[in-house]
Design a protein around this ligand. Sequence first.
Ligand code: E4P
Length: 216
Amino acid sequence: MKFFVDTADTAEIKDLAATGLIDGVTTNPSLIAKSGRNFAEVIEEICGLTEGHVSAEVVATDYETMVSEGKKLQAIASNVAVKLPLTMDGLRACRTLSDAGTAVNVTLCFSANQALLAAKAGAAYISPFIGRLDDINIDGMELIEDIRTIYDNYMFETEILAASIRSANHVKLSALAGADVATVPPNVLKGLVSHPLTDKGLAAFLADAEKGGVKV
Ligand code: E4P
């Protein structure tokens, strides 16, 4: 499973990239706004921090402007993946940009049928939003499972990018359901390493090593 980090905070991305655990980055207009930085500048900087795809989302809603914004974003760096919303214009723009060789991440997916349409439109990634479904008492994980089955039935190559992840459990369940990628906020990603028994065990090993004069 690939891990993308879901943030536009370049300091966080640098930190996490140094671990070697990061395969790409996703952003959205809310995360870019939160960074307080110029859109193109921040995307260019992020693209230099990872060799993987960096999703940058259009803000237009009509086909023509989506395509021209997508081309602008793609020109920033070769590892930009253009993020398009799951609307009819977004799907049409997905087909146009994908046919021209651009990786497209179709975002704001909340149903299996939407995911089927994105795959048919040639998307490189589909982003089902688990957390936002859970927020309205719909099981987000069931959606990942359904998309996995449908994509396998028809051998679609579109990668399932589990998004709107809020917890370590979301990461585990997405992996079990066969998501290809999880995009994870930095705090959740860092939390995956923690286990109290690891801390306790390490403390005991180090205490014994010190007592016994063990040196490497
Ligand atoms: C991913 O591409 C999305 O931008 C992100 O995961 C949305 O997460 P949220 O629902 O926590 O805002």
